[in-house]
Design a binder for this molecule. Structure first.
Ligand code: OW4
Length: 395
């Protein structure tokens, strides 16, 4: 029995700025590595991350998917019925939401979102040939179309980003990033929770559809607002940084932009390749429900296990030239949306947002390149961006 150890802190600022070198060390150290700093077990190879994600019985989510264990520490908000639950509690909320945000239901949004994206890109281009892609595109587009689709009012929706930022920080240790979010958490949570009530939601949105499922007895009236909360929690920061990732990928890989321009239908695969390449959600924890043998090592019952989605998505054992953003590759099987019963229920929304925005840009912009230094935003869970200055050369 051997157990490789590491004193790396995945949540320190150096690793949040550039996790690549740490990912490589963890992958090379062995199938599982004890992270002594947090007494948690790291999985960083694709094979083992995939295996754990598809084994919810031994790698549970119900004790929380952050570092803290709900069975011994009170969670900072009532747990999510989706992310932080396992069967059977997870089943009804998952079934209801998968239908509401599934590919068939989203069809009615395609034309509207294509038009919104075209308008936004035209507005940005009208202001000149440079723009900061993070606020001007990656934040502006989801903040426009997603809350509308859920059915919440325009007022206050700027609270969604800082709420999500704190939520994703709170999956990590109680470090400076979490401390910085605490002063606003009561205000932001109160606002988000208020939007989940039936009478706050427009009749045609995802939120109203969740309440209609409760009326049909598919959810209890207590479950409905928490399912709406999941959409508002998971649906904004993730797509903002996913869109930032695909824009950064194109800005730094001009040949791939030319390929997309020649073949606009590549917009969808480009987004999945960017999700593989950047892994906007870098990590989630699971909790062992029993002693689990991985390779030659035993993860003890109750231990927290940190799943490095970003490391798995660049594991050279699974991917050829993993560090290249390459539209000729088939990125399917990436674990950027997770895998198994918890795989991102909103992934079709994210893909449709990306397809809409990237297609609108490809129609109008012949070339895009960085116009200055990029800046990351550090978050304990997200591979996030603060600024991506772009030169947009109109076609
Ligand atoms: C990535 C996710 C993230 C944050 C919150 C929730 C889900 C939720 N999925 O269900 O509240």
């Amino acid at each position: 029995m051997s157990l490789p150890v590491s004193d790396a802190d995945p949540f320190d600022h150096e690793n949040l700025e550039d996790p690549g070198p740490m990912h490589e060390k963890l992958r090379e150290a062995g199938p599982v590595v004890h992270l002594t700093r947090y007494d948690t077990y790291a999985l960083a190879r694709y094979e083992h991350v995939y295996a754990a994600l598809t084994d919810w019985q031994r790698f549970e989510s119900g004790a929380g998917v952050g570092l803290s264990n709900f069975r011994t520490e009170k969670p900072w908000r009532p747990p999510s019925l989706l992310l932080e639950a396992d069967p059977p509690r997870h089943d009804a909320p998952r079934r209801v939401l998968s239908k509401i945000v599934g590919p068939r239901s989203l069809h009615r949004l395609r034309e509207r979102w294509a038009a919104e994206a075209a308008e936004l890109v035209d507005r940005v281009l009208a202001q000149g040939d440079t723009a900061d892609a993070v606020p001007a595109l990656a934040e502006a587009f989801p903040l426009r179309v997603f809350p509308d689709a859920v059915g919440i009012p325009a007022e206050g929706r700027e609270s969604l980003l800082p709420y999500g930022d704190h939520l994703f920080n709170a999956f990590g240790p109680s470090n400076d990033l979490v401390a910085n979010g605490i002063p606003r958490v009561a205000e932001l949570s109160a606002w988000v929770n208020a939007q989940c009530a039936r009478d706050m939601l427009t009749p045609d949105g995802f939120g109203a559809a969740i309440w209609a499922a409760a009326d049909r007895g598919e959810l209890t009236p207590e479950q409905a607002p928490l399912v709406v909360r999941s959409l508002l929690s998971a649906g904004v920061d993730t797509t903002v940084h996913g869109l930032s990732a695909v824009l950064y990928a194109f800005a730094t890989n001009p040949a791939q932009w030319q390929r997309l321009r020649e073949q606009p239908a590549l917009a969808r695969v480009a987004f999945d390749e960017a999700v593989r390449w950047e892994s906007p959600v870098q990590t989630f924890f699971r909790t062992a429900t029993t002693d689990v043998t991985v390779g030659d090592s035993v993860i003890p019952d109750r231990a927290k296990i940190l799943m490095f989605l970003g490391a798995a998505n660049r594991d050279p054992r699974r991917w050829d030239g993993p560090d290249h953003f390459d539209l000729t590759r088939d990125p399917s099987g990436h674990v950027g949306f997770g895998m198994g019963i918890h795989q991102c229920v909103g992934q079709h929304i994210a893909r449709l947002e990306a397809e809409s925005l990237v297609t609108a840009l490809a129609r109008r912009v012949a070339r895009l390149e960085l116009a200055g230094p990029v800046r990351r935003h550090h978050n304990n869970t997200l591979r996030a961006w603060r600024s991506i200055p772009l030169h947009l050369h109109r076609s």
